[in-house]
Design a protein around this ligand. Structure first.
Ligand code: FES
Ligand code: FES
Length: 165
């Protein structure tokens, strides 16, 4: 018996500022599209049902779970992954520097998702205090750090930017 070719849909989106055109099956998850079709493996896949936050990316500037979206739903939108955080010269984002300095990661599996959750949400954290940071982190699971060093890293970035102002 012959199998019908799977239906494919054309999509055009921005990924980290670059236009990406692709033909995808409607069932393809955004996580799999980013990792396997676009080759951006910084976005991790943990639970695949919206609980752990490891797959967090920005959709038009706001953090979303890429495992809960189909690639076709990103058509016409702008996706940012953890690969977008460092500058073109390789200079790390201030949050990445602070994670490094404050020992805010151990195995690192949760880190891309946590960084993208924080980057997407920091603009809305007012006042930026530990309680607000912990609230924002509540959607991302980390098995290793106990979260304190992650909170310390965010507070370090906050205090560095206050000094600059
Ligand atoms: S892999 Fe998406 S929330 Fe866990
Ligand atoms: S650093 Fe290992 S899960 Fe967070």
């Amino acid at each position: 018996m012959e199998h019908a070719e799977p239906q494919r849909v054309s999509i055009v989106l921005q990924v980290n500022g670059e236009q990406v055109c692709a033909e995808v099956e409607p069932r393809l998850l955004l996580t799999d599209f980013l990792r396997h079709d676009v080759g951006l493996t910084g976005t991790n896949v943990g639970c695949e049902h919206g609980v752990c936050g490891a797959c967090t990316v920005l959709l038009d500037g706001d953090p979303i779970r890429a495992c809960l979206m189909f690639a076709v739903q990103a058509d016409g939108h702008h996706i940012q992954t953890v690969e977008s955080l460092a500058g073109a010269d390789g200079a790390l984002h201030p949050l990445q520097v602070a994670f490094n300095e404050c020992h805010a990661l151990q195995c690192g599996f949760c880190t891309p998702g946590i960084l993208m959750s924080l980057v997407g949400d920091m603009k809305d954290l007012d006042p930026l205090d530990e309680a607000a940071v912990r609230e924002r982190l509540s959607g991302n699971l980390c098995r290793c750090t106990g979260y304190q060093h992650i909170v310390d890293a965010v507070m370090q970035v906050a205090s560095d930017s206050e000094e600059v102002e």
